[in-house]
Write a protein that binds this ligand. Structure first.
Ligand SMILES: Cc1cc2nc3c(=O)[nH]c(=O)nc-3n(C[C@H](O)[C@H](O)[C@H](O)COP(=O)(O)O)c2cc1C
Length: 425
């Protein structure tokens, strides 16, 4: 089959939601809500544009179930139906041209930064290693709080359905709360929510089962899951397979495979030169997806590293995956899916902004791409020439860099350090 034919084939999810093709915009936190957590005109404008991108599926950036679980100060927060009108406008703009919009629902747990909360929660009181400047020490959730959070996930999903989203995606990857429950490194509980894998995955399964019971069979439920955390003693590939089987039995519609967390940010690649097999297939977690395919019979989406139409089509043709997830390239070239599907483009631009300091570069990468989303929200085109140092200066302006400097315990660059120390006090 030609590249174009494989990528253009529609995909029907078990809930009956049909995606027009095999290209999906993966979640990218937009940080574009107002001070009350409501979607803004800028967010609607961004999704109006992405709605004409040609992608069959758009997954929103994380939408947070409780204010203390934000990943950034201006995430959309959905606790009840107070933002229903704005959410409806968002869903309508995104889906006007036939794309389906899923709301990614999330809670950051111990990865909620100090800017958001001084009292982050997690399954256990295990802090992130080496990041005390950015994240306060987490408190272990009590059983009643866990029940309360489960109810919030379900509420948020119900509101998404009422706002005419086509589905939700539970963010179970990247070290956020669900992923903290899954990992034996961050979940040291010995009650029913911890211990063996059956206990550690109970939180995720309860979210899925209770959500399904509330939204019925025709609303799509997806989960983004780590193939592994890539940490010794952490959530492993074997664990991931078992969780995937349990999710299949619970009746999810789509499993997106990613990997890593804030301590081990492999979702963006590992920074090392890619292994030959990975380079050929581009996708960071392709081998994991192949193994996952032998384990479950679910629609699988793979995200991380895809840049060429040929590699995307190969991945679909191999049978290992059903949907190609694309994040950064869509922030830079929002019409990329349409151009790939019509043969106008063979590959995405691949820009990795860097200033040469590891922790700073991880943040720069996110901030640089998020800035492109902001530009589109403002009605502008993305700017591939956006200055790395301009973005660093913005981070400085938000006090974030000062916090990073404290975290690192040493200045990244002399010139920056002089400015940052003044702010760190
Ligand atoms: C600016 C930015 C924000 C992101 N926010 C989220 C998010 O809210 N939820 C999520 O699951 N992944 C998030 N990601 C990770 C992406 O979904 C994706 O897994 C990662 O960028 C690798 O895919 P890519 O190589 O196509 O960019 C974000 C990535 C970027 C660049």
């Amino acid at each position: 089959m030609s590249c174009l034919a494989s990528l253009s084939a529609p995909l029907e999810l078990p809930a009956g939601v049909t995606l027009a093709n095999r290209l999906a915009k993966a979640a990218m936190s937009e940080n574009m809500a107002d001070d009350n957590g409501a979607p803004t005109d800028e967010l609607v404008r961004l999704y109006d544009r992405l709605g004409h991108s040609g992608a069959g599926l758009l997954i929103s950036g994380n939408v947070i179930i409780a204010p203390g679980g934000r990943t950034e100060t201006h995430n959309v927060v959905v606790e009840d139906d107070r933002h229903l009108l704005e959410l409806r406008r968002w869903a309508a703009a995104a889906q006007a041209d036939g794309a389906k919009l899923f709301m990614q629902i999330s809670h950051a747990g111990r990865q909620a930064p100090r800017m958001v909360t001084s009292d982050p929660v997690g399954p256990s009181d295990v802090p992130l290693v080496g990041m005390a400047g950015l994240f306060a020490h987490p408190r272990a959730l009590g059983p009643a709080e866990i029940e309360g959070l489960l109810q919030r996930y379900v509420n948020t999903a119900r509101v998404a359905m009422e706002a005419d989203f086509s589905g939700i995606q539970v963010h179970g990857a990247h070290g956020y709360l669900v992923s903290q429950f899954l990992s034996p490194l961050s979940n040291r509980r010995n009650d029913e929510w911890g211990g063996d894998l059956a206990g550690r995955m109970r939180f995720l399964l309860q979210i899925v089962e209770r959500t399904r019971a509330t939204v019925g069979p025709d609303f799509a439920i997806g989960v983004k899951l780590n193939s592994a955390d890539f940490q010794e003693g952490g959530f492993s590939l074997e664990d991931s397979m078992v969780v995937a089987q349990a999710l299949e039995a619970a009746g999810i519609d789509l499993l997106e495979i990613s990997g890593g967390n804030y301590e081990s940010p492999r979702m963006m690649g590992d920074g090392a030169p890619r292994r030959e097999s990975t380079r050929r297939r581009e996708a960071f977690f392709f081998e994991y997806a192949e193994k996952m395919r032998t384990t479950v019979d679910l629609p699988l989406m793979l995200t991380g590293g895809f840049r060429t139409a040929a590699a995307m089509a190969d991945a679909i043709d191999s049978g290992a995956i059903d949907l190609v997830g694309i994040a950064r390239p869509m922030a830079l070239e929002p019409e990329l899916p349409a151009r790939l599907l019509t043969g106008q483009a063979q590959a995405a631009a691949d820009i990795e902004p860097k200033v040469g300091v590891r922790l700073l570069d991880n943040m720069l990468q996110l901030a640089w791409y998020q800035r492109q989303l902001t530009r589109m929200g403002d009605g502008l085109d993305p700017d591939p020439k956006l200055s790395n140092w301009g973005i660093v200066a913005r981070l400085l302006g938000s006090d974030l860099l000062a916090i990073v400097v404290r975290t690192l315990g040493r200045p990244p660059r002399d010139a920056l350090a002089a400015r940052a120390t003044g702010r760190a006090r």
